[in-house]
Ligand binder design. Structure first.
Ligand code: NAD
Length: 344
């Protein structure tokens, strides 16, 4: 095969199991012949140890240059007043779209043949964190108040993102999830924007709308009716984990945070301190995040080869402990590499 033009990308191994799964993922990507030229950067606890800041400016500068990052899980210290690194990255790079695909890879679970992509608005809604208390009598925190913000321009942008994603990936339907019957302004505006944008895609992508509570129930009763879902920040946070549950949990759930000027790909799970350093962590979620990264830079063929090798590996019953197997991280990675060239 012709060598691909090198593509600079930032690599953040992360904390806990991060370095182990990153090593496994990079070895598989190398075997696949991906064109990434990694710029390794530290973040999270690793960065606090080096310089005191979990999100050092060298990491920010690297992503500003490469516009593309693969990130391991970062431990956010509970004390010390650090804000979540993930939230800071979203803000820094305006990563407005959170993409969470869920596709069955191990048949025989509670649900088979799940194939749903959830698009979550990542910057607004109730997650802007405009919160305060009002004192009543001698209780300074007798009343808690939180304000959400949704802007029409951002609602249009994220909904357009979902429809464009559907078109590009040959998907048929986008479901807009809201709570406009109660949060009439906050999510009514989102629904209105959805109806407006959907008209532009008439005849190409279908539009459907659901109230979030009904959607949660239907995802459990009949998830096969859903294709692409687009929703506001808080609802998306909850529903994306529900959807991960349909395919067997966070162990194989990748996520992408996408903005106009940068995109960051990661496993959805955390740094798993309980099993860090044991060589048993499952690298699949981060590997599937790398596949999303390949999709993003229009190397869908490589992404599909990678996913096919993963499917064959699981089908041959090579699995890590969390998936009921006995393979180490390294054995699992080698098994995937051995299947990269196979057909069918
Ligand atoms: P976690 O996802 O790290 O772990 C939950 C459970 O799942 C643990 O039992 C763990 O062993 C298991 N697990 C997770 N990933 C696994 C994998 N790849 N292979 C095998 N088992 C796996 O969640 P937590 O314990 O709540 O969080 C630990 C730390 O991770 C916290 O500091 C948290 O802030 C951080 N975190 C980071 C991110 C991120 O960077 N995106 C996301 C979530 C949590």
């Amino acid at each position: 095969a012709k060598a691909l033009r090198p593509i600079p990308a930032t690599l953040i191994p992360g904390d806990g199991i991060g370095p182990e799964i990153t090593e496994a993922v990079v070895s598989i990507l190398d075997a696949l012949g991906t064109p990434f030229e990694w710029d390794r950067q530290v973040g999270g606890m690793a960065a606090i140890k080096e310089g005191g800041d979990p999100l050092p400016s060298s990491l920010i500068d690297s992503i500003r240059r490469t516009k593309l990052a693969l990130k391991g899980p970062l431990t956010t210290p509970v004390s010390g007043g650090f804000r979540s690194v993930n939230v800071r990255l979203r803000e820094e790079f305006g990563l407005y779209a959170n993409l969470r695909p869920a596709k069955t890879m191990m048949p025989g679970g509670r649900y088979d043949d799940i194939d749903i992509v959830l698009v979550r608005e990542n910057l607004e809604g109730l997650y802007v964190g405009f919160e305060h208390y009002i004192a009543v009598g001698d209780d300074p925190q007798a009343v808690a108040i939180s304000s959400g913000i949704n802007t029409r321009s951002e609602a249009r942008r994220i909904i357009r993102f979902a429809f464009e994603y559907a078109l590009r990936h040959g998907r048929k339907k986008v479901t807009i999830v809201h709570k406009a019957n109660v949060l009439k302004a906050l999510t009514g505006l989102f629904l209105e924007a959805g109806r407006e944008i959907a008209r532009e895609y008439e005849g190409r992508v279908q539009m459907d709308e659901r109230i979030v509570d009904a959607c949660a129930m239907q995802l459990v009763l009949n998830p096969w009716q859903f294709d692409v879902i687009v929703t506001t920040n808080l609802f998306g946070d909850i529903l994306s984990d529900l959807i991960a549950g349909l395919i067997g949990g966070l162990g194989m759930a990748p996520g992408a945070n996408i903005g106009e000027s940068a995109a960051i790909f990661e496993a959805v799970h955390g740094s798993a301190p309980d099993i860090a350093g044991q060589g048993v962590a499952n690298p699949l979620a981060m590997l599937l995040a790398a596949a999303l990264m390949l999709d993003h830079i229009s190397l869908g063929d490589q992404a599909n080869r990678l996913r096919a090798a993963v499917l064959r590996t699981l089908r041959d019953n090579v699995r890590t402990r969390d998936l009921g197997g006995a393979a180490s991280t390294k054995d699992f990675a080698s098994a995937i590499v051995a299947r990269l060239g196979d057909q069918g």
